[in-house]
Design a protein around this ligand. Sequence first.
Ligand code: ARG
Length: 462
Amino acid sequence: MALWSGRFTENVSEFTQRFGASLPVDKALYAQDIAGSKAHAAMLGSAGVIAQADADAIVGGLERVQERIEAGKFAFDINDEDIHMSVERALIADVGDAGARLHTGRSRNDQVATDTRLFAKQRCEDLMAANVALRQALVKQAEEHPDVIMPGYTHLQHAQPVLFAHHMLAYVWMLARDFERLAAARRAADASPLGAAALAGTTYPLDRQMTAASLGFSRVIPNSLDAVSDRDFLLDLSYACSVSCMHLSRLCEEIVLWSTAEFDFIELSDAFSTGSSIMPQKKNPDFAELIRGKTGRVVGDLVALLVTMKALPLAYNKDLQEDKEGAIDAAKTLEDCLVCAAGMIETMAVKPESMRAQAKKGYLAATDVADYLAKKGMPFRRAHEVVGHLVLLCEQRGCDLDDLALADFQAESDLFEADITSALDLDAIVAARTTEGGTGHAAVAEQLALAKQVLAADEAAL
Ligand code: ARG
């Protein structure tokens, strides 16, 4: 029989017992559940709600339950609906009446919200650490290749040359924002619902500040109805996971493209590649593809929780039991993806010659040639047209802009002089982009220093 079975004369069927149970999912929260119960028991003892000896017996008993779970010696029973019931039943079996006093002034409604918030805080911290490790790998690649030039793209068409380091750092900034989102999700979770009881608070003189402080919460949730029904913190975590996974999917899509014979910009290490069961020559970027693919389930976890929350009346509803599985999955999936991506980026070999060879194709100097004319006084829109004609000429001849003779340039405009070569040279084109945040070597060096500063601050905040 369930611990709440006093007013019942019939048991639920085995099927409905399983259908209603959350134990297979929430047993992952055993440590948080035990921590919450220890804090509640200690507070009950100190407030004189239960005898200090009973509080001490409860705390000792909970520690033994935790040891048994961690030693794999705890027999989880599906007749227990959830981890809260499992732990409480085991506690009562161990310490008897004292254990039966633990649930005084508490409901599973504030208990589960407390456990889930503690869990969410921890997972945010784990993810923030994994985020830092991936950023370190990207920064390392940027630092190791300060002069490597690659084509920059818009519409996946060659656009303007950029530094490979600049491209890597773009992902570092995405991840820096992901870190902020995870930190915000952590702050959202960092409030104690304990003491809200079922929905309305209790008649016992509970010290909510005391349990909040002993569990490491920075504040108490001011409204008992809100305390037991709010799952915004899990939405925040799932959203942070979704955006971060989406960023990883973009990075991985580029890794997949760059690994093709067509691009040939990088080679993944064997440790992050797989072969084919039929084609002996194959080296597939499976893990990059898998990260790209896993983004779907993480976004699915977010959407599932949003829809579960929609139109729920106050306060606790059993629908809320559906909150944990997706959030746990989103956090675990993102963590795995971050760890995998860090190893993959850290060990990938960059191919500067292939990148440069591609950067020579597709008239990447065109904007700079137009800028050359504009700087000599021609209105930019007119200069754009002149260079368009030159590109057309190259297309007809099957050559690139730097294959044209000075006379070809001068046939389009008499503003062209011998120094036009400076607008055609890849290294000069890149170096000339001196704007703050631009791809010029000096600007990228400054950006790298800033990215490292933010990274160091984030690492120190872990
Ligand atoms: N297993 C439940 C959950 O995860 C715990 C809270 C149940 N409360 C209740 N009154 N049925 O949400």
